[in-house]
Design a protein around this ligand. Structure first.
Ligand SMILES: CC(=O)N[C@H]1[C@@H](OP(=O)(O)OP(=O)(O)OC[C@H]2O[C@@H](n3ccc(=O)[nH]c3=O)[C@H](O)[C@@H]2O)O[C@H](CO)[C@@H](O)[C@@H]1O
Ligand SMILES: C=C(OP(=O)(O)O)C(=O)O
Length: 418
């Protein structure tokens, strides 16, 4: 099994290009199922999750052609409406074919995602939202079995809590419903806006995506078209944290600072100087040691749960102590025990972790437990004395494109070994 080996101690300097967002491209690929003609998606990151989604679309009968950072999906040949457990269990985002298959083809059978290392991944809100649009849904034998009689009907639906994939699933179904739907307490994440932009480019009539109240005027069909995926704000944040921890100066290019307000604020609190110039964000730490920061994860525009592990790494070697409160997932502190192996000082009490900065971490073999935990361990390895070997990096390949090449380009000593 492949591992990442990091030798700590190099300040990072230079420029790095940001890829398209994993959490935007996956729903967008699923949304192509709604169209009546081929759809081309550009700025697609080369990630394992993208390959899994392409495989799923292929199993449903769609034509999928991938060329570099572009994928064209031809949904006109879809002949199956089943998303099997084998694919859904490796990637929760597979549940996002539920809304499109139901709305377009009248039926869908999608495996329940179950849980994962970071916590349970319930889909009750997806089901309730689709039922509000008139779907008949039963859950049996581990599958969500949905069908509709006639067209789905536009409705008002209030989500019990902010759910990103829940909003996306119901939004995609509402696009082809008869009449207007109003989704209240909707997720405001930039990835939801990107999905809505893509759907509107294909002929949907979605208003106010990015607010907590999305209005969808149903249309009879979507045409083909193309869309450019928005830059990955979590990849951007991960490189900026790496730069801050190393005391260096890094410019990320092809990024969107307006999707990163809470993350950039925390980096400023940590002592970084941040300059934004169009799609370029420059972080300059000027050789200084970061200050520890407090943070609470919450739905957008608050601090993202997907950046929690990386900031925990930052706090590990920062000046002072930082309190981290994780409110989205019940088990998203799996990286703590691995950071302790590197010499970190962290106490966890329920959803709260208190991290006291230490003057140095020391390299050790560690194990990645999930996607962002993997990134966190690389960041810690980059500032630890000696060598850190990170095992189980298949998690990393789900969500970061060429992270070791990109970090090497900034001066890090990092390599992948078999
Ligand atoms: C709001 C939020 O920050 N969502 C994060 C979540 O999105 P993802 O879409 O995976 O998860 P949701 O946004 O749906 O879940 C948010 C919360 O709602 C609960 N829930 C969700 C759906 C449902 O039907 N019932 C239910 O109870 C979940 O248990 C969780 O506590 O994980 C992604 C991957 O780490 C992140 O990119 C998203 O930022
Ligand atoms: C945990 C993540 O993704 P997923 O929901 O696909 O597991 C993530 O993007 O950090």
């Amino acid at each position: 099994m492949q591992k990442i080996v990091v030798e700590g101690g190099q300040p990072l300097n230079g420029e790095v290009q940001i890829s398209g967002a994993k959490n935007a491209v996956l729903p967008i690929l699923c949304a192509t199922l709604l169209a009546d003609a081929p759809v081309t998606i550009r700025n697609v990151p080369r990630l394992h999750d993208v390959l899994t989604t392409a495989k799923l679309l292929g199993e449903l009968g769609a034509g999928v052609v991938s060329e570099g950072s572009q994928i064209t999906v031809d949904p006109t040949t879809v002949n199956s409406h089943v998303a099997p457990y084998e694919l859904v269990k490796t990637m929760r985002a597979s549940v996002l074919v539920l809304g499109p298959l139901l709305a377009k083809y009248g039926e869908a059978e999608v495996s329940l995602p179950g849980g994962c290392a970071i916590g349970s991944r319930p889909v009750d809100q997806h089901i309730k939202g689709l039922q509000a649009l008139g779907a008949e849904i039963v859950v049996e034998n581990g599958y969500i079995k949905a069908q509709r009689r006639g067209r789905l009907k536009g409705a008002r639906f209030v989500f019990d809590m902010v759910t990103v994939t829940g909003t996306e699933n119901v939004l995609m179904a509402a696009v082809l419903a008869e009449g207007t739907s109003v989704l209240e307490n909707a997720a405001m994440e930039p990835e939801v806006v990107d999905l809505a932009d893509c759907l509107n480019a294909l002929g949907a009539r979605i208003e106010h995506a990015g607010s907590g109240r999305i209005v969808v005027h149903g249309v009879e069909k979507l045409h083909g078209g193309s869309h450019d995926v928005l830059p990955d704000r979590i990849e951007t944040g991960t490189f900026l944290v790496a730069a801050a921890m190393s005391g260096g100066r890094v410019t990320v290019t092809g990024s969107r600072a307006d999707t990163l307000d809470s993350v950039l604020d925390k980096l400023r609190d940590a002592g970084a100087q941040i300059d934004v110039d169009g799609d370029r964000i420059t972080l300059d730490m000027g050789g200084r040691r970061a200050r520890a920061v407090d943070l609470v994860t919450a739905p957008y525009p608050a601090f993202p749960t997907d950046m929690q592990a990386q900031f925990m790494a930052l706090n590990c070697t920062a000046e002072g102590a930082g309190v981290i409160n994780e409110t989205i997932f019940e088990n998203r502190f799996m990286h703590v025990n691995e950071l302790l192996r590197l010499g970190a000082d962290i106490r966890v009490d329920g959803h709260t972790a208190v991290v006291r900065g230490v003057s140095k971490l020391s390299g050790a073999p560690v194990m990645a437990t999930d996607l962002r935990a993997s990134a966190c361990l690389i960041l810690a390895g980059l500032v630890a004395q000696g060598e850190t070997t990170i095992d189980r990096i298949y998690h990393l390949d789900r969500g970061y494109e060429n992270i070791e090449k990109k970090l090497s380009g900034l001066g890090a000593k990092i390599r992948r070994v078999d």
